[in-house]
Design a binder for this molecule. Structure first.
Ligand SMILES: Cc1cc2nc3c(=O)[nH]c(=O)nc-3n(C[C@H](O)[C@H](O)[C@H](O)COP(=O)(O)OP(=O)(O)OC[C@H]3O[C@@H](n4cnc5c(N)ncnc54)[C@H](O)[C@@H]3O)c2cc1C
Length: 371
C-alpha cells in the first residue's frame, strides 16, 4: 500500500513510522524541517489526566509508548508528576477539580487529590499557601518535543519510509494524489497531518474542516527551582522544570490566527505577567524580567467540540489535527491510531472527522481550561 503523509511534525512522523513498520510504502512530505511546526515550539508536558474514556485510553497509550521510545536517539521521557490546583476564592474551578478527579479515577487514571501541606513539603520551591484543591497525576513526564520528532523520523527511515523535507505539498482528489515542486504522485492513502496548516491544505483540495489555529506562548526563566509540572487552573498558566531553570506557558489568544502570518516572538505583557506569576509562585527566589531567557509563541488548533479530527474524510484521504493544545502529549497514540485506520485495523470512532460539515461556527477555547 502506498501512503503519503503531509506534515513532518510529531504526529506525521509517528504515523509514517508506524505505517512503515507495518509494511506500507510511505513517503512523508514536510514543507520545512522535521519538527519545525508547533512540535518544535511545544513545552513538552506529558500526562494522561483525562476523564472521558476515549481521552483516557489515548493518554494512557501515549504515555506507555513515550516510555517505550525513551532512549531512541536523543529522545528521553523524564518521569515527572503533573499537579493541578484551584486557589482560594475560585469555587468554580475547585468544584470542577473535585468532580473531575473521581471521573479520571473511574477511567483508570493514576490520579488522586493532593494536600497543599504535602505539596509544600515535597516541593519546598513552591508557595502553595493559596491552594484549596489540588490533584496529582503520576502517569506523566516531560521531554524536549523536537527530540521525539527527530527520533521518530529516523525510525521511519530505518523502516524504509522516504522522508522529504523542504517539500511543500498540495493534495488533490479523484484520483488521490500529492503535488510537490517535483510533480504529482498517486497514493492509495494520504494522511494530512499539517498542524495549523491542515485547514488550508484541505481547503485547497476543496474540503472544508472546522479547525482554527490559535496562538499560545511560552517562556523559559533562569531560576533554580525544583517544581513538578504544574497547572494553576485559577489563572490558566503552567510551569515545568527545564534545563535552563523553569518553563512557563499560557498567553492564549482567543481568536483564529493566520497560519502564514502570526507573531513568532512572545508578547511583552505575556512576559511581564509570567514573571509576576513566577515571583508569586516560587517560594524563595525573587524572579525578575532579567531572568527571562527566551519568550516565544506558536500555534495550536481548535475544533468545535474540542475533540480531534482523526480519521478518513474522503476515500483514502485521512486527517489528523485539532489537538486543542494537547497534541504533543497524545502523539504516540494519535499517530498510531491514524496509521491503524489507514491499514483498516483501528481508529478512534469518537474522533471521526465526518461528524462535522466543515462550516461550523465556534469559539476558540484553551484546551487545559478547567470548567
Ligand atoms: C508554545 C506551545 C506549547 C505547547 N506545549 C504543549 C505541551 O506541553 N504538551 C502538548 O501536548 N502539546 C503542546 N503544544 C501543542 C503541540 O505543539 C501540538 O499539538 C503538536 O506539536 C502538534 O503536532 P502536529 O504534528 O499535529 O503539528 P506540527 O508539529 O505543527 O506539524 C505539522 C507540520 O506540517 C508541515 N506542513 C504544513 N503545511 C504543509 C504542506 N503544505 N506540505 C508539507 N508540510 C506541511 C509544517 O511545516 C509542520 O512541520 C504546545 C504548542 C505550543 C505552540
Amino acid at each position: 500500500m502506498r501512503v503519503g503523509v503531509v506534515g513532518g511534525g510529531a504526529v506525521g512522523v509517528t504515523a509514517a513510522r508506524d505505517l512503515a513498520v507495518r509494511g506500507a510504502d510511505v513517503t512523508l512530505l514536510e514543507k520545512g524541517d522535521i519538527g519545525s511546526g508547533s512540535t518544535g515550539r511545544a513545552s513538552g508536558l506529558l500526562y494522561d489526566a483525562f476523564a472521558a474514556p476515549e481521552d483516557a485510553r489515548v493518554g494512557d497509550r501515549a504515555i506507555e509508548r513515550f516510555r517505550d521510545f525513551s532512549g531512541t536517539g536523543d529522545f528521553e521521557f523524564v518521569e515527572t508528576p503533573y499537579v493541578w490546583f484551584a486557589r482560594e476564592g475560585d469555587e468554580r474551578r475547585a468544584t470542577a477539580i473535585r468532580e473531575q478527579v473521581p471521573r479520571m479515577q473511574a477511567a483508570g487514571r493514576d490520579v488522586e487529590f493532593a494536600d497543599a501541606a504535602d505539596l509544600a513539603e515535597r516541593y519546598p520551591a513552591l508557595d502553595v499557601d493559596d491552594v484549596v484543591v489540588a490533584a496529582v497525576a503520576r502517569n506523566a513526564g516531560r521531554t524536549d518535543p523536537a527530540t521525539y520528532a527527530t527520533a521518530m523520523a529516523d525510525a521511519a527511515e530505518e523502516a524504509d519510509a522516504e522522508i522529504r523535507t523542504d517539500a511543500p505539498a498540495a493534495v488533490r482528489t479523484d484520483p488521490l494524489r500529492v503535488v510537490t515542486a517535483d510533480g504529482e504522485t498517486r497514493f492509495d492513502a494520504v494522511v494530512v497531518a499539517a498542524g495549523a496548516h491542515t485547514k488550508r491544505v484541505l481547503a485547497d483540495a476543496g474540503i472544508a474542516v472546522p479547525l482554527k489555529p490559535y496562538r499560545v506562548q511560552a517562556l523559559t526563566v533562569d531560576v533554580d527551582a525544583d517544581v513538578p509540572m504544574l497547572y494553576d487552573a485559577t489563572e490558566g498558566y503552567y510551569l515545568r522544570t527545564h534545563p535552563t531553570g523553569v518553563l512557563g506557558g499560557d498567553g492564549t489568544e482567543y481568536v483564529e490566527s493566520d497560519p502564514d502570518d502570526w507573531k513568532r516572538a512572545g508578547d511583552d505583557d505575556f512576559r511581564e505577567t509570567m514573571v509576576e506569576r513566577l515571583d508569586r509562585r516560587l517560594a524563595e527566589d525573587a524572579v525578575a524580567e532579567s531572568d527571562v531567557e527566551r519568550t516565544w509563541a506558536g500555534l495550536c488548533t481548535a475544533t468545535p467540540d474540542r475533540d480531534p479530527l482523526l480519521g478518513e474524510l474522503r476515500d483514502g484521504l485521512y486527517v489528523a489535527a485539532g489537538w486543542q493544545g494537547h497534541g504533543f502529549m497524545r502523539t504516540p497514540a494519535l499517530g498510531e491510531a491514524v496509521a491503524l485506520d489507514v491499514l483498516g485495523e483501528g481508529g478512534i470512532p469518537e474522533f471521526d472527522p465526518t461528524r462535522f460539515d466543515g462550516d461550523e461556527e465556534f469559539d476558540v477555547v484553551e484546551g487545559m481550561t478547567v470548567e
